[in-house]
Design a protein around this ligand. Sequence first.
Ligand code: PLP
Length: 439
Amino acid sequence: MNAQLQPSQVNEAGHMAIGGVDTLKLADQYHTPLMVYDVDQITGQVARFKKVFEENNVDYVVSYASKALAIKAIYQLLKPAGDHVHADVVSAGEMATAFQAGFPAARLTFHGNNKSKQELVMAVDHHVGMIVLDNFHEIDLLTAVLEERDATARVMLRITPGISAHTHQYTATGQVDSKFGFDLDSGQADQALQQVLANPRMDLCGVHAHIGSQIFELNGFEMAAAKLMAVVDHWRQDYCYLASIINVGGGFGIRYVSADHPLKPEEFVDAIVKTVKKEAARRHLPLPAIWIEPGRSIVGPAGYTLYTVGSRKDIPGLEPYVSVDGGMGDNIRPALYQAKYETVFAADPTQKAAEHVRLAGKYCESGDILADDVPLPKTKAGDILVMLDTGAYGYTMASNYNRNPRPAIVFVKNGHSQLVVKRETLADLVALDQSYTLE
Ligand code: PLP
């Protein structure tokens, strides 16, 4: 059996089950491609993050980075998790989704390297709890918005910590050459600090850094936490400003394939907390609140994509292509980042592999290959496959390429399933199109 499956994920019929629901039944009821989330896996992960902070007796916030999955149901699911569980948003769209879900604006943090004036107005008017200032243009825009609306805002400064975490180049954001945040060494961060401190409408709460994504080592986070504490110390000594929050971002790596051996997300948090405590003691600083922003590690392992097998192409001497009814439209990550996933045979995930295949999508791109070298029993058209750990950055990056509708999303819990995002229809696909009438 696939090492990533729990014994409880094989039911009495021998089929793969998610949250106690048979995947063949899910495919039959909701059709494929289908994204399925195990609710207990999501809430369990959030609870584990909270526990590490609580055991360490520090003030904290776990702010779910909703770019990983930004649908109403996820904000609704996180809302009851309490005041220490927030959500990051990076656009008017994510903000609007959170508002519609009834997620408290005070528990939202607004990020982004090019927030528009309209987006800042929306955040200010809805009293979004924290705006992370990323650049000088944004300080000017927010200053104007706050004047216009006669309002105030709680803000943080995002800095580029100059730490290059071991990760894929497209997701590395902590190194000096990054589009995100204020540079430290050139004095940009200090200049931003002075501007913000001089603005009575901005309540500066602290400093933020995010060093990258899918990180497997502790030392990147330890270095980032130490760097943030050094910034706090420098600002206290040179500007008499004491930050009350440090935000170390997200990026905790998860296991996509059996060869991945990430630490438990809790171990990352424990190392961060210990570093902050050590630095605070060494520098005689009060312990700040510690905020983290996990996205992938909360929803990634909880998500599964169900596909139906269709055509097959055998080429002598080469791995066969087995095509499924989805692909780069519902999961761009293999084509974009060469991301790897494991896939199991829903009807019998314990069955021994009979061959290794290339799992091809249905989109008109040769690069639309979801996975290479996938060990599977001999499949036939109509069989259901389950791709594992697809919960993060799949649906949120989905497209309508080739005018394919985006899939439906189902949440499962205790043997029950609920549709939380409908499958797009052909009518949805043309809903925004207008007829051309120019002569
Ligand atoms: N915080 C910030 C500022 C980010 O840019 C990102 C991802 O890009 C995250 C948090 C979430 O990262 P991950 O999903 O890898 O935990």
